[in-house]
Design a protein around this ligand. Structure first.
Ligand code: ADP
Length: 489
C-alpha cells in the first residue's frame, strides 16, 4: 500500500500546529462551557433541595414551625425544580435537534391580544402602565408554531414586568416583507452593557442582581433565544442600566397561502377565544335584525342593532364595533354610503361586511374596496361564521367531549372573574403549573364566589391533571356582563 501524499498542513508544520492549537482551544472552550453549565445546574438543584431537606427535617423533629409556612416553602421549592426540569428538557430537545416545530395557521392578532390582556392585568397589579400596539398591516393569520411563539413572548413580557418597578411596559409589533418584529420595552432596571450577551446564557442572571426581585431560574432567555433560532429568527436586547430595556424578537411569519377553512366539519362554533367582540348590525328589516341577534348573541358577541343608516352611524360612534354587518338597500342613507362614511371615519379599524339578498348588488361593486366582504341573505351559517372568523381573526370553540349539557352548567361568575379565568386558561394551555397555583389564589382572593370552582381546579392541579383542569374551565360559563341597550329608530 502506498503512503498518502503530503497534505498542505503536513507540508507546513507551523500551519499544522496552528490548526491543532485552534482545535484544542475550541474543545477547551466547549469543555469550560459544559463545566459552567453543570455548576450552574447543580447550584440550581441544590438550593431548592436544601430548602426541602431542611424543612422536612424540622417537621420530622416536631420543631415549632408553622406547618403552612413549611408547606409553602416546600411547595415553592419543588415547583422551582419542576420548572427547571421542564426548561432543561426543552433545551436538550433543541440541542438534540428533536424539537419538532409546528407550522400551523395562527390567528396572530388574536394571540397578541390574548397575551396583552393577560399582562395588562399583571402590570396593573404592580402599578405599571401597559401599552400594546399592532399595525394595521399585521396579517390576521400567519404560519407559525403558536405554542413556541407564545412561550417566547410570555417570557419577554414576564421579565419586563418582573424587572420594572415603576413606569410602563410596552408590547409593539412591526410587520414588513413577511418579517414580524415584536418589541417588548420597559422602564425597569435595565441590563449592563457587559451583561447584554451573558443574560442569554443558561443560569446567567447578569452581574448586578436586582434588589427586591425574586431570582428566577435563569433559563428563560436562554430558552427563548434557542426557540427564536430554531424558528429561524433572533432575539436581541438594547438597554441602558437604570433606563429600561428593549428586547426584540424578529421572526419570518408568512401569511398562509389560503385563509383557514371557513368552519371545519365539526359543525357550528359555540363560542370563540379571547376578548368579547362587538358587532353592529344595520338593517331596515326588523326580522333580519332579530335573526342577527339569534345567530350572534349565543356565540358570545356583543351585538348592537340599528334600523337605519343614520342610527347605525351614531351607534358606531358610541359602541366602536369591531365589525359592521350592513344591509345594502335601505331607505334614506343606503348601505354603500354608510360603508363609505364608516370607512372615512374609522379607517381599517372596523371591518365592514355588506349583506344583501341580491348577489349582483355585491359583485358589481366589489372593486370599490370600501367593504371587507359580504354576506348573502338568506344567511348560510357556515359561510357567515367563516367570514366572521377571517375578518376578526377568531379562534372558534366547538362543543367537544368536555362540553357540558346546559342543565349541568355551573353558575356564571361576576365580571371581575373574566381576566382571572382567561389567565388560568392561558397558563393551562402552556402547562405552566407554578403560574397556575398563583393564578388560582389570585382568583380565590378577588372573587369569593369562585370558591367551589377554585377547589375543583386545585384538586385537578394537585393531580397534575391539566386535561381535567382545562375541561373544568371550559365548562365555566362566560362571566355575567352588564347588558348594553340597543338603539332602533
Ligand atoms: P430569570 O429571569 O429567570 O433570572 P432569564 O433568562 O429570563 O432568567 O433572564 C436572565 C437575566 O436577564 C435576569 O436574571 C435579569 O438579570 C436579566 N433580565 C432579563 N430581562 C430583563 C429586563 N426586562 N430588564 C432587566 N433585566 C432583565
Amino acid at each position: 500500500m502506498s503512503a498518502p501524499g503530503p497534505r498542505a498542513a503536513d507540508a507546513d508544520p507551523a500551519a499544522r500546529i496552528a490548526a491543532l492549537e485552534q482545535a484544542r482551544a475550541v474543545a477547551e472552550a466547549a469543555n469550560q462551557a459544559k463545566t459552567r453549565f453543570l455548576m450552574g445546574l447543580s447550584h440550581e438543584i441544590r438550593t431548592p433541595l436544601n430548602a426541602i431537606h431542611g424543612y422536612a427535617q424540622l417537621l420530622e423533629r416536631g420543631a415549632a414551625i408553622a406547618p403552612t409556612e413549611a408547606g409553602r416553602i416546600i411547595r415553592r421549592s419543588s415547583e422551582h425544580l419542576a420548572d427547571l426540569v421542564e426548561g432543561l428538557l426543552d433545551i436538550s430537545r433543541i440541542e438534540a435537534g428533536v424539537m419538532k416545530l409546528n407550522r400551523e395557521t395562527v390567528a396572530l392578532r388574536a394571540l397578541l391580544e390574548q397575551v396583552a390582556a393577560m399582562f395588562r392585568v399583571e402590570a396593573q397589579n404592580k402599578g405599571l402602565d401597559f401599552n400594546f400596539s399592532s399595525p394595521a398591516n399585521l396579517p390576521i393569520w400567519v404560519l407559525a408554531d403558536e405554542r413556541r411563539l407564545r412561550q417566547v413572548l410570555i417570557n419577554l413580557l414576564s421579565n419586563a414586568i418582573k424587572y420594572t418597578q415603576t413606569g410602563h411596559v410596552t408590547l409593539s409589533v412591526r410587520y414588513r416583507s413577511m418579517v414580524a418584529e415584536f418589541e417588548v420595552a420597559d422602564t425597569g432596571i435595565g441590563v449592563a452593557p457587559e451583561d447584554e450577551e451573558r443574560i442569554f446564557l443558561p443560569f446567567d442572571r447578569g452581574s448586578g442582581r436586582a434588589s427586591g426581585v425574586a431570582p428566577g431560574i435563569g433559563l428563560g432567555l436562554a430558552l427563548s433565544r434557542m426557540l427564536a433560532q430554531v424558528m429561524g429568527g433572533e432575539i436581541a436586547v438594547k438597554s441602558q442600566p437604570g433606563g429600561g430595556s428593549r428586547f426584540t424578537l424578529k421572526l419570518l411569519l408568512p401569511p398562509p397561502n389560503a385563509a383557514p377553512p371557513d368552519v371545519p366539519a365539526r359543525g357550528l362554533p359555540i363560542g370563540y377565544e379571547g376578548r368579547r367582540r362587538t358587532i353592529l348590525a344595520i338593517d331596515d328589516d326588523p326580522g333580519q335584525l332579530a335573526l342577527w341577534q339569534e345567530l350572534l348573541r349565543p356565540i358570545g358577541f356583543n351585538l348592537f342593532v340599528a334600523g337605519s343608516g343614520g342610527a347605525g352611524l351614531s351607534l358606531a360612534e358610541l359602541g366602536r364595533p369591531d365589525l359592521v354587518l350592513l344591509d345594502v338597500s335601505m331607505p334614506g342613507l343606503g348601505g354603500w354610503e354608510v360603508a363609505q362614511r364608516l370607512r372615512d371615519r374609522f379607517g381599517r379599524e372596523i371591518a365592514i361586511l355588506m349583506a344583501s339578498g341580491n348577489a349582483d348588488e355585491l359583485v358589481g361593486v366589489a372593486i370599490t374596496g370600501v367593504h371587507d366582504g359580504f354576506v348573502l341573505k338568506p344567511v348560510d351559517q357556515q359561510a357567515l361564521f367563516g367570514t366572521l372568523g377571517r375578518q376578526l381573526g377568531l379562534i372558534w370553540t366547538y362543543e367537544g367531549v368536555a362540553a357540558p349539557s346546559t342543565a349541568a352548567l355551573p353558575p356564571a361568575l361576576p365580571e371581575t372573574a373574566r381576566a382571572h379565568l382567561a389567565e388560568l386558561a392561558r397558563l393551562a394551555r402552556t402547562g405552566h403549573v407554578r403560574g397556575l397555583s398563583g393564578a388560582l389564589s389570585a382568583l380565590a382572593a378577588a372573587v369569593p364566589d369562585a370558591g367551589p370552582l377554585v377547589a375543583r381546579l386545585a384538586a385537578a392541579l394537585d393531580e397534575f391533571d391539566l386535561a381535567a383542569f382545562q375541561a373544568l374551565l371550559a365548562q365555566q360559563p362566560e362571566p355575567a356582563e352588564p347588558a348594553i341597550g340597543d338603539i332602533t329608530p
